[in-house]
Design a protein around this ligand. Structure first.
Ligand code: GH3
Ligand code: MG
Ligand code: MG
Length: 458
C-alpha cells in the first residue's frame, strides 16, 4: 500500500536516515524540522502517518502531537513518537498527548516497518469509513458528525497465552484495567478457548517451553472464524528468527521482553481499533440508514449511493495522488435464468453472485448493485494490475462455482463479463471512470462473454 509519511526531526541527519529507509520501501516522504512546520505541512499535504521526534526546540513533540490530535482536520492521522531508548516518562507523556505508537532510537528497521505498515492499514480503513460517512451525510441520511467510526475500544476482549505464569499475571493485570482479559497458561487449551469465544485480540508468547507459540498463532490465523482476529506475539529481543518468521506469517505486531506496559497498551489499542474499523466497513451499515443506501435484494450499496461515493472517492484520490480502480460486471445471458426457472430463482442467483463478489474483494472495496444484474466494485488505493487480477479471480470463481437454488435443478452454472477501468491522474471524473469500464464491459460481451476487458485509460 502506498502512503505519504511525514518525518519531523530537528536534526537533519535523522531526517535523512529515516527518509532513505522509507523511500527504500516505496513510501513517499515529506519532512519538517520542527513542530510548527509539521503542522503547516499536515494542513497542506495530509500525510497518512507522522513520525514525530520528541526533543525539538520551540514546540516539542508532545505539544505538536497534542495540537494534531485536537485539530478535527488532522486528528485521525496516526502519530508515532520517536523517543530515546530509556525515556519511560516520554512514553507516558506521549500517550497522554494522544500518540498512537512509539519507536525508540536508534530505530530498528523491523520495528519501524512493522509499525508503519500496521498504522497505515488502520488509517486506510479509517479514511474509507470517514468517506462513507461523508457520503451518507451528503445524501441526507446521516447527520454531520454522526460517525460510524469510533476510537472507542472499551469492552474489547483479549486472550493472552503464555506459560510463564508470572509474566502472564502481570500482563493480564495491566490489560485488565482497560479490557476484558482471558489469561491462559496452558497453551494446549488456547486453541479451543479462542474458537469458542469472540476475542478482539490474541497475545501469544513465542517463548513457551512445551509449545511453539508461532505454530499456535498460525493455527489461529488459518481458522475461518479467527482469521480476522489480530495477533500480537511476545518475542525474545534476541530471537530475530522468530520475530521475522512471525511477521512474515502475517502476525500483526510484536512486543519484546521485558514487555513495556505503555508500549503494550498503545499497540493493543491500535490493533483493536483497526479490527473495529474493519468490522464497521464489513457490516455494510446495518443501522437505520441502511435502507436508503442499500439494495433490498442483495444488501449491497445501491446505485444512488455508489454515484455519490464515486465522486467523493475520485476527488480524494486525485487530490492525494492515489490509485483508484473500478470494475463493472454483468451476468451473461441472465435473462435465460428467469425465463427457464422463474424470477424467484433469478433473484436467488443474484443474491448468490453478490456474495461471491463480496467474498472475493477486500473490506475497503465498495461493492454496489448498479442495476438488475450489473454490479460495480470500487477499489480505493488499487492500481490497475491488482484490479485486473481481482477481476479475473472473480470471473474464474463464478465460472466454476454453481449457484445453489431452491428449484429442483439444484444448482445453476453461469458466467460473468467484466469491464475494468482505472483513474487517470491527468484529469478524470467518476462519470468518465464508470463510462470507460462500461465500454470495456460492452467489448467483453461482444468478444464472446465470460471475459475481463481492460479499458483504454483516456
Ligand atoms: P447479456 O449476456 O447480454 O448480459 O444477456 P442478459 O440476458 O444477461 O441481459 P439482458 O439485459 O437481456 O437481461 C437482463 C435480465 O435481468 C432482464 C431482467 O428481467 C432481469 N432482471 C433485472 N433485475 C432483476 C431482478 O431483480 N431479479 C430477477 N430475477 N431478474 C432481474
Ligand atoms: Mg530532536
Ligand atoms: Mg447480463
Amino acid at each position: 500500500m502506498t502512503a505519504l509519511i511525514l518525518v519531523v526531526d530537528d536534526v537533519p541527519a535523522n531526517v535523512k536516515l529515516l527518509e532513505a529507509k522509507l523511500n527504500n520501501e516505496y513510501y513517499d516522504v515529506v519532512t519538517a524540522k520542527d513542530g510548527f512546520e509539521a503542522l503547516a505541512v499536515m494542513k497542506e499535504r495530509h500525510p497518512d502517518l507522522v513520525l514525530l521526534d520528541v526533543m525539538m526546540p520551540g514546540m516539542d513533540g508532545f505539544e505538536t502531537c497534542k495540537k494534531i490530535k485536537e485539530d478535527e482536520s488532522m486528528s485521525h492521522t496516526p502519530v508515532v513518537m520517536v523517543t530515546a531508548l530509556t525515556d519511560v516518562q516520554d512514553r507516558i507523556r506521549g500517550l497522554d498527548a494522544g500518540a498512537d505508537d512509539f519507536l525508540t532510537k536508534p530505530i530498528n528497521d523491523t520495528a519501524l516497518f512493522a509499525r508503519v505498515k500496521s498504522l497505515i492499514r488502520m488509517k486506510g480503513l479509517l479514511d474509507e469509513l470517514r468517506l462513507r460517512d461523508k457520503t451518507g451525510s451528503q445524501m441526507g441520511i446521516l447527520d454531520e458528525g454522526q460517525n460510524s467510526f469510533t476510537s472507542d475500544v472499551s469492552g474489547a476482549r483479549i486472550l493472552v497465552v503464555d506459560d510463564d505464569s508470572v509474566q502472564l499475571k502481570r500482563l493480564a493485570q495491566v490489560l485488565g484495567a482497560h479490557y476484558q482479559v482471558e489469561a491462559v497458561d496452558q497453551p494446549e487449551s488456547a486453541q479451543n478457548i479462542a474458537e469458542a469465544n469472540d476475542f478482539d485480540l490474541v497475545i501469544v508468547s513465542t517463548m513457551m517451553t512445551d509449545m511453539d507459540g508461532l505454530r499456535l498463532a498460525s493455527h489461529l490465523k488459518s481458522h475461518e472464524n479467527l482469521r480476522h482476529v489480530p495477533i500480537i506475539m511476545i518475542v525474545d529481543e534476541d530471537d530475530e528468527r522468530a520475530l521475522l518468521k512471525g511477521l512474515e506469517m502475517g502476525l500483526n505486531d510484536y512486543l519484546v521482553t521485558p514487555v513495556d506496559h505503555n508500549e503494550m497498551l498503545a499497540r493493543v489499542k491500535t490493533q483493536i481499533r483497526r479490527k473495529r474499523f474493519q468490522e464497521a466497513l464489513k457490516s455494510n451499515y446495518k443501522q437505520s440508514i441502511s435502507m436508503a443506501i442499500t439494495d433490498g435484494l442483495t444488501g449491497l450499496y445501491n446505485r444512488h449511493y455508489l454515484n455519490t461515493h464515486l465522486n467523493n472517492m475520485v476527488r480524494e484520490s486525485l487530490a492525494k495522488n492515489k490509485p483508484l480502480s473500478l470494475l463493472i460486471m454483468d451476468m451473461d445471458h441472465f435473462k435465460q435464468v428467469n425465463d427457464t426457472y422463474g424470477h424467484d430463482v433469478g433473484d436467488q442467483v443474484l443474491q448468490a453472485l453478490s456474495k461471491v463478489i463480496v467474498n472475493a474483494t477486500r473490506g475497503s472495496d465498495l461493492v454496489a448493485r448498479f442495476g438488475g444484474e450489473e454490479f460495480v466494485v470500487l477499489m480505493p488505493e488499487t492500481d490497475f494490475k491488482p484490479a485486473l487480477d481481482a477481476a479475473e479471480r472473480i470471473r474464474r470463481t463464478v465460472e466454476k462455482t454453481p449457484f445453489v437454488v431452491t428449484h429442483e435443478v439444484g444448482q445453476i452454472l453461469k458466467t460473468i463479463s467484466i469491464g475494468a477501468s482505472t483513474l487517470n491522474h491527468m484529469g478524470d471524473s467518476g462519470e468518465a471512470l464508470l463510462k470507460r469500464a462500461d465500454t470495456a464491459l460492452y467489448q467483453a460481451k461482444n468478444g464472446g462473454r465470460n471475459k475481463v476487458v481492460a479499458a483504454e485509460n483516456v
